[in-house]
Design a protein around this ligand. Structure first.
Ligand SMILES: [Zn+2]
Ligand SMILES: [Zn+2]
Length: 302
């Protein structure tokens, strides 16, 4: 077991402990467990199925994948922090302090939602606003002064991505871009009945894992990841999740990702997957050396 394994298991333990405190604290009044469980299933279970399928059908990968066990560890670790700790905490706090209303509970409101075409039209409308929010925040996260701190973590080398790279991010990125843009904006603009909320959130998680498969399955509408793969290759194009938004913003890049890889033309600005992550082993060594070394030597981050 190496330092990375120890780091992973320590962090998992911390997250499980945190989750075991936070998740039971979520108010059961509106049964937020249902949309949360739907998110976990669509992200972790479908992600694992997709990864297993692609590993046995490697011809669908855009370029040969070279991810190692440690890559998967980091990605699963960050994703579980986001979905088991950060998102439940946000749900708990917003509900506790009555900050936003995201789910309809009154039978009359639910009835009028189901019978009103305007409410249904608001669903794709609110999802589009969420897409624009995420593209804008994503673009800001690529500003050089912010990129290193909050977004570098997401930019694993393209050949080391797996479906779980989707929420392999910095918690600040998750809070601003995903918790708000993915899970809240589509529903605060248009509070939904519980079954519709479950569908919307599950879809958001599922489309995230599909975008990070690095694969194109012919005939499959869902698994066509070349567009976002290009973002991970070139980093300065394709910030959105739909081409039309990048086209409008003037940041669309369409080309053959496989060709680019063969030519060795792509070189991400910075592809160190561990940067920006909170490394508990390195951090402990760093603090130890600050306290106990009279040289004040800073240990090298693992
Ligand atoms: Zn990505
Ligand atoms: Zn990016």
């Amino acid at each position: 077991m190496d330092a990375q394994d120890i780091n992973f298991f320590l962090w998992c333990t911390v997250k499980v402990l945190l989750a075991s405190i936070i998740i039971p604290a979520i108010p059961s009044t509106f049964n937020f467990y249902i949309p949360l469980i739907a998110c976990w299933i669509s992200y972790f279970v479908l992600g694992a199925i997709l990864l297993a399928y692609l590993e046995s059908n490697k011809q669908y990968y855009i370029i040969p994948m070279k991810w190692k066990k440690s890559d998967l560890y980091f990605q699963l670790s960050a994703s579980s922090r986001d979905l088991f700790v950060v998102l439940p905490t946000v749900l708990f706090l917003t509900h506790k302090f009555n900050i936003v209303k995201i789910v309809l509970t009154n039978p009359e409101e639910i009835y009028s939602f189901y019978t009103s075409p305007t409410s249904w039209l608001m669903v794709p409308g609110a999802i589009i606003v969420g897409l624009v929010w995420r593209m804008t925040i994503h673009r800001i996260l690529h500003h050089p002064s912010i990129y290193r701190i909050w977004h570098k973590r997401h930019h694993v080398r393209p050949e080391c991505m797996t479906p779980f790279s989707s929420f392999n991010d910095h918690p600040v990125e998750f809070l601003i871009m995903e918790a708000v843009g993915t899970f809240y904006i589509p529903v605060i603009l248009n509070p939904l009945p519980m079954p519709v909320l479950v569908l919307v959130w599950s879809w958001q998680c599922f489309s995230g894992i599909c975008d990070h498969t690095n694969a194109t399955i012919p005939g499959s509408y869902f698994v066509d990841a070349e567009y976002h793969f290009t973002h991970h290759q070139l980093t300065v194009y394709n910030y959105a999740e739909f081409e039309i938004l990048d086209k409008l913003a003037g940041t669309l890049y369409i080309g053959d990702a496989k060709e680019r890889d063969r030519d060795g033309k792509f070189d991400s600005i910075d592809t160190d997957m561990k940067a920006g992550s909170f490394d508990i082993v390195g951090f402990t060594k760093h603090i130890y050396s600050l306290i106990f070394s009279n040289k004040g030597e800073v240990s090298k981050q693992a």
